[in-house]
Design a protein around this ligand. Structure first.
Ligand SMILES: CC(C)(COP(=O)(O)OP(=O)(O)OC[C@H]1O[C@@H](n2cnc3c(N)ncnc32)[C@H](O)[C@@H]1OP(=O)(O)O)[C@@H](O)C(=O)NCCC(=O)NCCS
Length: 182
């Protein structure tokens, strides 16, 4: 269990698959996550099995209610790097600070527990809210992949971002965590 200011991150369990299936099939989430197609329950079972085997997937809870999913995956030990993915599936929980809280406590865990040097991710360039959250947590844009995704009848760029231990520590959210004694 990982405690943020408002969120709790707990390992994904089998009973969460139904919710994750609903979240990943929500058209707006689907759009923002740049998923390619709808997910069957079997797709979710298999992707969660892979996520558990290869990384650390968590459900994001607020006051005991699951609102989303976050995880670390694609660990490359030599380079001390992994990838981070996040989705808040309950739309009513958007824009209340939970995403920032969840990303920052998971980064803290990544750097402290797994002794990483860098955490990376990508987003489509049109996901301005997500990019803003990542920047608050110290992520910087490493590159822009032009016309990388075909979305809704138009090409959209992808942004590759990463944050180092130092970049997180000196970011507004890293600084806030330290002040709270994390
Ligand atoms: C992206 C996501 C994780 C962010 O979590 P959240 O809890 O909604 O976000 P927070 O409330 O922590 O922070 C939102 C911030 O973005 C800002 N914001 C909102 N819309 C914005 C926009 N269009 N452009 C720039 N900033 C924006 C808010 O003002 C807030 O910043 P502030 O705290 O500095 O004022 C969540 O909205 C989500 O899961 N969305 C659907 C899936 C998704 O997009 N996942 C990421 C894929 S890369």
């Amino acid at each position: 269990m990982i405690h943020g200011a408002h969120v709790l991150l707990r390992p994904v369990e089998e009973r969460d698959h139904v919710l994750i299936h609903a979240w990943q099939n929500d058209p707006e989430v689907w759009w923002l996550m740049d998923y390619e197609g709808p997910f069957s329950m079997q797709d979710i079972v298999e992707s969660e099995r892979r996520a558990r085997a290869e990384g650390h997937p968590y459900v994001i809870e607020v006051d005991g209610t699951p609102i989303g999913r976050i995880g670390l995956n694609a660990f490359r030990r030599r380079d001390r790097i992994c990838s981070l993915n996040v989705l808040i599936g309950e739309r009513s929980a958007w824009e209340q600070g939970y995403g920032t809280d969840a990303v920052s406590v998971l980064l803290d865990e990544a750097f402290d527990r797994y002794d990483l040097h860098r955490v990376e991710l990508w987003s489509t360039a049109d996901n301005e809210r997500a990019i803003h959250v990542y920047e608050k947590c110290g992520f910087v844009v490493d590159g822009r992949l032009p016309e990388r995704s075909w979305k809704g009848g138009a090409w959209v760029d992808r942004i590759v971002m990463s944050v180092t231990r130092e970049g997180f520590a000196t970011s507004p959210t890293g600084d806030d965590l330290r002040r709270r004694g994390h």
